[in-house]
Design a protein around this ligand. Structure first.
Ligand SMILES: NC(=O)c1ccc[n+]([C@@H]2O[C@H](COP(=O)([O-])OP(=O)(O)OC[C@H]3O[C@@H](n4cnc5c(N)ncnc54)[C@H](OP(=O)(O)O)[C@@H]3O)[C@@H](O)[C@H]2O)c1
Length: 241
């Protein structure tokens, strides 16, 4: 199947979350090069293709919340998600909020209160952190409008994120990385699904891969679909076996 032959409604259907979720469903989305690089010169933009961009947009449209590690928010200069009137109406018609919040996971609270996360957004970002984070930095983030939630005493684990998002009724979770956060989620067994775009490029260099954790955590997954675009982009969706 080729993405240009698929309409947006087809993609929404192919990437639909399970119905009637009674706990958060963690979908993780990444783009990688054929040789496994997660970035080019420290950002993922160099891996993007038109088909990847389409799916990235559809995945955001279907989500209650977009979760991201602070490393990615900093290196990719994250801003809030944007919706136009038509998209907002489609979302609210499907029982979603008009705009999905960005939830940043951080241990250090080292986020710049003047960055796009706070200034280029229509709704406040969530900052999910631990009681060990620097109190002054957290206050600066609150002052900049962040909705700060202490979700753990020391280390933020995948299960802490599941509980925090569940309490807020945010069950259709889209995690956009990065590799450090994905590794933690994998270690904690909370990854329900992975969407990976393979970009038709070889990168070499020293870029890492999509997941990083101190120990290996072999996790069996089964394919839901594999789509190929004419330019060679492969769009895959995997769910936990
Ligand atoms: N190709 C893609 O699709 C894609 C997607 C995302 C990112 N990337 C790339 O990945 C690179 C960033 O990698 P990264 O490993 O630094 O990303 P990351 O996982 O987003 O960031 C790691 C940082 O996030 C916070 N964090 C992650 N997990 C945490 C946890 N369980 N508890 C508390 N804090 C947690 C910590 O921030 P603090 O230091 O603030 O405590 C940690 O230092 C960039 O080059 C980016 O372009 C690529």
């Amino acid at each position: 199947m080729r993405p240009p032959e698929l309409g947006d409604e087809d993609l929404r259907s192919l990437y639909g979350y399970p119905d009637e979720l009674d706990s958060p469903w963690f979908r993780v989305n990444f783009v990688s090069s054929i040789d496994g690089a997660v970035s080019v010169d420290g950002v993922s933009g160099g891996l993007g293709t038109p088909a990847d961009k389409r799916v990235f947009t559809v995945l955001r449209e279907l989500a209650d919340v977009i979760v991201v590690g602070a490393g990615t928010a900093r290196s990719e200069n994250y801003g809030g998600a944007h919706t136009d009137t038509e998209l907002a109406q489609r979302r609210t018609g499907s029982g979603l909020s008009a705009v999905p919040p960005i939830a940043v996971v951080t241990a250090s609270a080292r986020l710049d209160p003047t960055s796009r996360l706070f200034t280029d957004t229509t709704i406040p970002p969530l900052v999910l952190t631990s009681a060990a984070a620097d109190a002054t930095r957290l206050q600066h983030l609150r002052d900049a409008g962040a909705d700060v939630q202490i979700v753990a005493e020391r280390e933020v684990r995948g299960t802490d994120l599941v509980s925090a998002l569940d309490q807020r009724g945010l069950r259709r979770v889209l995690c956009e990385g990065g590799p450090g956060l994905f590794g933690t989620l994998l270690e904690d067994g909370v990854v329900d699904e992975l969407c990976v775009t393979t970009s038709p490029r070889l990168i070499g260099g020293t870029a890492g891969r999509i997941s990083l954790s101190p120990t290996a955590v072999p996790t069996s997954m089964v394919p839901r679909h594999v789509l190929a675009d004419a330019d060679g982009t492969l769009l895959t969706r995997w769910v936990r076996a």
